[in-house]
Ligand binder design. Structure first.
Ligand SMILES: Nc1ncnc2c1ncn2[C@@H]1O[C@H](COP(=O)(O)OP(=O)(O)OP(=O)(O)O)[C@@H](O)[C@H]1O
Ligand SMILES: [Mg+2]
Length: 274
């Protein structure tokens, strides 16, 4: 190689690490030494976890492994027994659930928690109004704000829910209620989105909608998806963490996880629900 070509070499020719860790950029979400016990039952054990910006990360593990508990700790629905949670490098451990939502953490629940007596559109408008800080003023004094309605409709169209906009949530089949939950979470325009079994109860004909929506999420949004449907996991995730009995067994790329003997052992003979 001639001298001239060396002179044109970039100053740092080594490729940048994909996760930003070595560049000093804090992950979107991080937990350190997270523990949770219910009485004598230790459900989360020393969980050190990083969710990078733009992550498409799956958390998998057998029933009762502590996946939902982990999400509950991250959102503030539960207080950890020990350890800390960081959002963009800032310690959010003492903050309330509401504060965490305002800072950009949104979730869907394994079990529906929508306003079942309100319409689909109203549910999504409430989420958008929440993000805009409108709170209870959203519906007063002259009805819903036009910009809020338009944003809500756009979201419903993405989730192929527009035709159900005027229906009460409780009138919808369960699978479509799950899609409304995702619309509500996206209405918050989160930085970190936690999807706890989004496909559970969704008819397979409609689970493609979930995949489509996840594939079109903003590139910088950090997604953590909990799912028992391995086809969905391997289709969507670029990283996978396996949780067993409250502790991280292994983390890696889908190929690494698929080839991991310990993971196979956990799943062999372990009949998951779906
Ligand atoms: N509030 C609670 N009080 C006592 N025990 C709890 C509580 N919440 C969860 N647990 C227990 O913690 C363990 C982990 O539960 P968790 O719901 O987090 O598991 P999971 O990995 O989400 O399971 P699944 O795949 O079935 O949804 C279980 O043994 C569960 O019974
Ligand atoms: Mg769960």
């Amino acid at each position: 190689m001639g001298k001239e070509s060396v002179a044109y070499a970039p100053p740092h020719p080594a490729p940048l690490p994909p996760n930003g860790a070595e560049r000093g950029i804090p992950p979107a979400l991080e937990t350190r030494g997270l523990d949770k016990s219910f009485g004598a039952l230790a459900v989360t054990h020393a969980v050190d976890f990083r969710l990078e910006r733009g992550a498409r990360h799956a958390l998998i593990g057998p029933n009762g492994a502590g996946k939902t508990t982990f999400v509950n700790l991250v959102t503030g629905a539960l207080r950890p027994s020990a350890g800390a949670i960081f959002l963009d490098g800032a310690d959010i451990t003492p903050l309330s659930q509401d504060r965490r939502v305002k800072l950009g953490i949104a979730r869907t629940y394994q079990i529906n928690t929508l306003f079942r007596g309100l319409s689909v559109l109203e549910n999504v408008c409430l989420a958008i109004g929440e993000r805009l800080g409108l709170g209870g003023r959203l519906f007063r004094p002259v009805g819903l704000r036009r910009d809020v309605i338009e944003a809500a409709y756009a979201l419903l169209e993405r989730l192929r829910l527009a035709e159900d906009a005027g229906r009460l949530v409780r009138e919808l089949p369960y699978g479509r209620q799950r899609l409304v939950e995702i619309a509500v979470a996206l209405g918050l325009e989160p930085k970190v989105l936690l999807l706890d079994e989004p496909a559970a109860g969704v008819p397979s004909a409609e689970s493609g909608i979930i995949v489509d929506v996840i594939e079109t999420l903003p590139a910088d949004l950090a997604l953590l998806i909990i799912e028992h449907d391995m086809e969905l996991v391997f289709r969507l995730a670029r990283r996978i963490t396996v949780l067993v009995q409250g502790a991280i067994l292994v983390e890696g790329t889908p190929a690494e996880i698929a080839a991991d003997a310990r993971v196979r052992e956990v799943y062999l003979g372990e009949r998951t629900r779906h």
